[in-house]
Design a protein around this ligand. Structure first.
Ligand code: 13P
Length: 288
């Protein structure tokens, strides 16, 4: 199956009260593990690519070509969207050119008028090409690719303004942050989420910072219109821990030379387990 826009899968999720997972990719093994798990569980999936990860993988074209070839090579038949995560204005154009099927324009750090103008322009470009577009209102806290957000709650009126431009899905800050949540985190602001939902109607909402949010909060967020949940750190931590354990056991390092296929296998399995666990919570299994 060719890459698809995230529009249809998210509208179905919004209506069916479940969420599609966006799992960020960093290399070939990561991508393969996520695609195989989605196929095995018959779940739609969104592969997220940050600008930093795109650079690491030698550019967005490499990423798009690799993902398309992998879908073919692995006989993946579930819907897969390839999505730019927290794109800059320039990054969005690069991904559109490279063949991504979905982009996020993160204009949350611009004054609202500039965010509106740039989002509007990108919506038109994406619409012509059949791509989905995610916009952000209210910075999402924590650190991602060296960018530190404050974790503010979005203004519901600003959310409505951006939603009305015709974006496919909207990421709104509701106290969520990227990376691990601090011990004194006060939780998601469902009051803000409810106000946003009341303003934007059926627009699928996106919850960033999916790592470490308690299951009951995830389920409540889904009941209030969240249809896409982003997970990155949890896969990274699972991969790191499994690889560390494997190296500590020293099996791969005893005389036979270095075999990346063996060394990376436990980490890949850990990613698969994490993706499965998240998909079970999000309710997207068998929704392809
Ligand atoms: P985590 O790294 O906290 O899982 O967040 C991922 C994310 O929101 C990507 O945009």
């Amino acid at each position: 199956m060719a890459l698809v826009s995230a529009k249809e899968m998210l509208e179905k999720a919004r209506a069916g009260k479940y969420a599609v997972g966006q799992f960020n990719i960093n290399n070939l093994e990561w991508t393969k593990s996520i695609l195989q798990t989605a196929q095995e569980l018959n779940a739609p999936v969104i592969l997220g690519v940050s600008e930093g990860a795109g650079k690491y993988m030698t550019g967005f074209k490499t990423v798009a070509d690799m993902v398309k070839a992998m879908i073919e090579g692995l006989n993946i038949t579930v819907p897969v969207a390839l999505h730019l995560d927290h794109g800059t204005y320039e990054g969005c154009y690069k991904c559109i050119e490279a063949g991504f099927s979905s982009i996020m324009f993160d204009g949350s750090h611009f004054p609202i008028e500039e965010n509106v103008a740039k989002t509007k322009e990108l919506i038109e470009v994406c619409a012509k090409k059949g791509l989905s577009l995610e916009a952000e209102v209210g910075a999402i806290g924590g650190e991602e690719d060296g960018v530190i957000g404050r974790g503010e709650c979005a203004d519901p009126d600003e959310c409505k303004r951006i939603a009305d431009l015709g974006v496919t899905m909207l990421a709104a800050g509701i106290g969520n942050i990227h990376g691990k949540y601090p011990a004194d985190w006060t939780g998601l602001s469902f009051e803000t989420l409810e106000k946003i939902k009341n303003k934007v109607g059926k627009m699928p909402l996106v919850l960033h910072g999916g790592t470490g949010i308690p299951t009951d909060m995830i389920k409540k967020a889904i009941s209030l219109g969240v249809a896409k949940i982003n997970v990155n750190t949890e896969c990274q931590l699972a991969f790191q821990e499994a690889t560390r354990k494997y190296i500590e056991e020293g099996k791969d390092l005893q005389g036979k030379g270095f075999d990346p296929r063996k060394l990376l296998a436990p980490g890949c399995q850990a990613i698969k387990d994490t993706v499965k666990e998240k998909m079970e919570i999000f309710g997207c299994i068998n929704k392809a």
